[in-house]
Design a protein around this ligand. Structure first.
Ligand code: PHB
Length: 391
């Protein structure tokens, strides 16, 4: 039994505790777990790393916390392999219990992720992959994109090629959703104005044996070529195109991925290439300049479109989280905040379409030295078609 002195001491301690810890004080909020599902190996490895860098930069600028919750990143290398994508995203959701998934680069991987996100209700922010269906037939209140729909840069590039007077074009791409859909967007704009597509060439992802296809291009005698490749594959394509002697005679165009994050490796072989994309060098806005400076200081690298999309994925997460005070179970409020948000992106401010894809300017860019220099706007405030989306 306690004596009087012990009781008195206990009472004093309790009183002191109640002064330092008032009754309404709460335990610190648990960390918010973000599953980063990106390619860290293969032809898109550099793209995955740039997205992670951009994402981390925004979180660091916010002091490591969004809406008061410390951010913990859990990473998976998806290898740009759609066959492994369902298992990979399920690991993040079921084993690691992440609150949000951010990924990926490859359209086939992203479609598998969207399927799982739609079924499980887990928040998904896509920081690159353009699969039209993700903000089309597969759209959902918990799925968002900080990048583009494949149709958008394809369509904008087609408009730019019409404007430059091209009439007969050969297209070339990897045969999968991203290539098919970018070529689809290109054809829509190009054929609408009477342009003729002489041949649609392709090879399986991620193959880079271009020789036979380059021979076919030469034989078709088009007045221009439209291409989609990215990452390591884009480096090799642009170099092979020049080495085959085509650069001198047949102007090469593409969606901006053909020359973004690749110019160091492509060197002079990329000089002069025209592309359309929702980002460019030389925008020279205070917002973009600040982002570029911070990125360069942190990583000793220049940012590219992928870094910018990763940064904006974190900005979008921050907007949603702020609206629900860090409580990701409030999905309707999270979505409502993003639907009315204006995201202060380095690319220029953007809003989301009803299917949760950026409505944005597509810049016309020309390679000059190591830059994809903006030379104007190819398509202004272009949305995604959002075909088949109902939510
Ligand atoms: C895609 O698969 O959607 C994709 C991949 C790489 C890019 C752009 C799109 O640079």
């Amino acid at each position: 039994m306690k004596n009087r002195r012990q009781l008195l001491f206990t009472g004093l301690m309790l009183a002191a505790a109640s002064i330092t810890a008032p009754a309404h004080a709460q335990a610190p909020a648990a960390k918010l777990k973000v599953g980063l599902m990106l390619p860290y190996t293969g032809t898109f490895a550099a793209l995955g790393n740039a997205i992670e860098n951009g994402f981390r930069l925004h979180v660091t600028e916010q002091g490591g916390k969004l809406a008061g919750r410390e951010i913990e990143l859990i990473k998976v290398d998806d290898e740009s392999d759609p066959a492994k994508a369902t298992d990979n995203v399920n690991k993040l959701i079921k084993r690691d219990n992440v609150d949000v998934v951010v990924g990926s680069v490859h359209s086939g991987v992203a479609m598998a992720m969207a399927r799982v996100a739609k079924q499980s209700g887990t928040l998904l922010i896509v920081p690159n992959a353009g699969a039209d269906a993700v903000t089309g037939a597969m759209c959902a209140p918990n799925i968002f994109r900080s990048s583009f729909a494949n149709w958008q840069p394809g369509y904008a590039t087609g408009e730019a090629m019409v404007q430059r007077g091209h009439k007969k074009v050969v297209t070339i791409t990897w045969k999968y959703a991203a290539g098919d859909e970018m070529v689809g967007g290109f054809k829509e704009a190009f054929q609408k104005s009477g342009g003729q597509v002489l041949k649609e060439l392709s090879l399986p992802f991620p193959n880079v044996e271009f020789q036979a296809l380059l021979t076919e291009i030469a034989a078709s005698k088009p007045d221009a070529v439209f291409a989609f490749f990215a990452g390591g594959g884009a480096v090799k394509f642009v170099k092979d195109y020049a080495a085959a002697g085509l650069k001198k005679s047949i102007p090469l165009y593409g969606t901006g991925f053909l020359t973004d994050g690749t110019l160091e490796a492509q060197g002079a072989d990329a000089d002069g290439i025209l592309t359309a994309l929702h980002y460019a060098d030389g925008l020279n806005t205070p917002r973009d300049n600040a982002f570029r400076l911070a990125y360069a200081k942190t990583y000793k690298l220049q940012p590219d479109v992928y870094a910018m999309q990763g940064y904006d994925a974190a900005q979008m997460l921050a907007v949603g989280l702020a609206a629900v005070k860090g409580d990701v179970t409030k999905k309707a409020e999270f979505a409502a905040a993003l639907r009315k948000a204006r995201i202060d992106s380095p690319r220029g401010t953007f809003t989301l379409s009803p299917s949760h894809n950026p409505v944005q300017n597509l810049y016309l860019r020309q390679v000059v030295g190591k830059e994809n220099r903006s030379i104007g706007i190819a398509s202004k405030a272009l949305g995604d078609p959002g075909k088949g989306c109902s939510m």
